[in-house]
Write a protein that binds this ligand. Sequence first.
Ligand code: ATP
Ligand code: MG
Length: 378
Amino acid sequence: MSPILPGSTIGFLGGGQLGLMAAMAARSLGYRVVVLDPDPSCAAASVADEVLAAPFDDALAAEALAGRCAVVTFEIERIGIQAAQAASRRAPLRPGPGVLEVIQDRARQKAFLAGRGTPLGAWTAVTNAAEAAAAARAWNGPVRLKASRGGYDGRGQARAAGPEAAEEAFLSLGGVPCVIEQELDLALELSVLVARRPSGQTVSYPAARNWHEDGILSRSVMPGFLPANVEARASTIARHISTELRVEGLLAVEFFLTRSGSLLVNELSPRPHNTFHATETACATSQFEQLIRAICDLPLGSTEIVRPTALTNLLGDLWLGPAAPDVAAALACPGVALRLYGKAPRPNRKLGHLLATASTPREALRRVSEARLLLGPA
Ligand code: ATP
Ligand code: MG
């Protein structure tokens, strides 16, 4: 197989912030960029050579996109499977439609993982309120209900303290097929990113350590200063999954470490991941450049840590308060960088992030928190 060389055109299904940053990496490497997104002024439009405005399930539009491209990738799982298949008939879609099909449905994803011996917390697929109540009764404790399809950033999820609340939670999500999980007693959260080329070459990044608030990532740091055996186990599991799924591109694996010491997979994302934005300064190769190398079948870059880096997300709420964020104050902090995606502010919407580098991950976390406070409240 020959590599897809600079000068060729790369297609992106989805033009949000992940598409924007991946498109910037593609442009830096000398590729042309075409984006398909329902919103013609999506974040990635500012760096794309061309934008096709169409819904994510528009098979004709996906096929038209692929017809202009040497390779196509996606930044969002919510691509209609027929659209993905249509694109893949005209140009290689990397990762392929089969990966998308497994991952875009939580129940199917969990069944795939369970079938390959991956450690998971207790879960079951439910299609009605009585099944949700029965699962919560069997576990005798709090549960998390998650819509099988379409959720992100904690949306499409509900927590319930027991069986009756589980019934209500199921109905509050609209009565759609769900996965119900036992709520775990977490010691910490981590993630591993794997890059894999069509030729099979595979590299993985050191684990990131992550903190969530209300189901949304708030902070993350690389390296994750984790016990060596936890890091090694997570890396082995993530690489194994990427091989089983035959991923071409990136695969992010989110993990839970419970207080009793179990390392469990939470979920998969076959694309760049929020918890690896820090790779921009933490590693020799950013996740976005790595994605472009992987889908173009070029040699993968080093994933070595060159400088500890912490990240904090900036949500729309920061722009909706009485005063504009104090950008100058945040940027005056040593080692701090600001990334904004050009999206309109809405509550809980990710509009940008701050990065802070330092000589240790703890110091990087301290700096990024300080810079965040200087930006303003909320
Ligand atoms: P994202 O798209 O941001 O990754 P998501 O909407 O897919 O989020 P999950 O990853 O399923 O949501 O859950 C978000 C967070 O909620 C987790 O990172 C964790 O902090 C918490 N959480 C989810 N499931 C459980 C569970 N079973 N037990 C304990 N905490 C959980
Ligand atoms: Mg998650």
